[in-house]
Design a protein around this ligand. Structure first.
Ligand code: LMR
Length: 327
């Protein structure tokens, strides 16, 4: 046919473009583990809206929140297999792929979210987006959630108060070490299992941002929250590099723009969503404790040995760069 003749005449160069067109609509599955109402949940929805607007009829985005499609355990595998195209796991969940991202888990590294932002935007921070490339994954950008707080069924005002308690942690050895420093017992658990573990007493406490705590209803199963701001929950937007390279230029550009929009919204929104969630927890039957400067310094002191412990794995230069941006 004429079209076939054209394709042949066009030769090898035009072939990828023709193939992309022949595929018709590109479906992008974006899977994550948190609620729609959280900073990441909102960013995912904005990405869908922006991508479908920028690439009408060319791209369809399906967002799966709440571990609906994949939970923590399976999502990276699914990405590598091509069953899902975009994820935004917390930076604590890349252990298996690189040790350098563990820098983000060091306790009391970032004084506030502006500090985290500065580090992510720095040369070292940008380079860390490429730290998983060898594994077939491509980092497309960072998303914010916020700083972590502690909760349990008793007030945690001094490091010693955590002694002997079981705490749920994400799958990060740094976070395991952090609770071991307190004489507590850390347990790695998938995010989707935390509410039930708290409810049944399988664990006594946990650490997370206000928006994650509130949207998971931890205030129903924890009597006391402590505003420690001791660590960070942020995310890396990640895709399968082979899939990404296979997109047509037009689709890849549009998707990049849509991701930028989502990141932009996330930057302006995350803090407010956490503040709102904190206010909601304050209205609940759970109590929020704040720390004096001296109490906070004691937590910092107690957790600080973790830095040295992971210095080799992470790289002293990366830690120094983060610390410099972080203050
Ligand atoms: C967690 O497991 O606590 C968080 O990483 C969940 C999330 O995606 O914010």
């Amino acid at each position: 046919s004429r079209r076939a003749a054209l394709a042949v005449a066009a030769g090898g160069l035009a072939l990828p473009a023709l193939q992309a067109r022949a595929q018709g609509v590109t479906t992008i599955k974006f899977s994550h583990v948190v609620a729609d109402s959280t900073p990441k949940g909102q960013a995912a929805i904005r990405f869908k809206e922006a991508a479908e607007k920028l690439l009408p009829g060319k791209v369809k985005v399906e967002v799966y929140p709440n571990s609906q499609l994949y939970g923590d355990a399976k999502e990276m595998e699914a990405l590598l297999l091509g069953d899902v195209q975009i994820l935004a796991p917390s930076l604590s969940k890349f252990d298996r792929f690189t040790k350098s991202l563990q820098v983000f888990d060091l306790p009391f590294l970032f004084a506030d979210m502006e500090a985290a932002d500065r580090f992510q935007a720095s040369e070292t921070g940008r380079k860390l987006l490429n730290s998983i490339e060898k594994r077939g994954l491509l980092g497309l950008g960072y998303l914010h959630n916020g700083l972590k707080q502690l909760s349990a069924n008793r007030p945690l005002l001094l490091p010693g108060d955590a002694k002997g308690l079981k705490f749920r942690v994400q799958s990060s050895d740094v976070l395991v070490a952090q609770f071991q420093q307190l004489g507590a017992n850390p347990q790695k658990l998938a995010f989707s299992e935390v509410y039930q573990a708290l409810q049944t007493g399988a664990v006594d406490g946990q650490e997370n941002t206000w928006s994650n705590c509130y949207s998971q209803k931890y205030q129903e199963v924890q009597s006391d929250f402590t505003e420690t701001n001791h660590g960070l929950i942020d995310y890396m937007l990640v895709t399968n590099s082979k899939w990404w390279r296979g997109l047509s230029d037009e689709v890849r550009d549009g998707v990049s723009k849509a991701l930028e929009e989502a990141i932009q919204l996330n930057n302006t929104n995350a803090q407010k969503l956490n503040d709102d969630a904190r206010a909601k927890i304050a209205e609940s039957k759970a109590k929020i404790h704040t720390l004096s400067a001296d109490q906070r310094a004691q937590w910092r002191e107690a957790m600080r040995p973790v830095w040295k412990k992971f210095e080799k794995d992470i790289g002293a230069d990366i830690i120094a760069a983060a610390e410099q941006a972080g203050q």
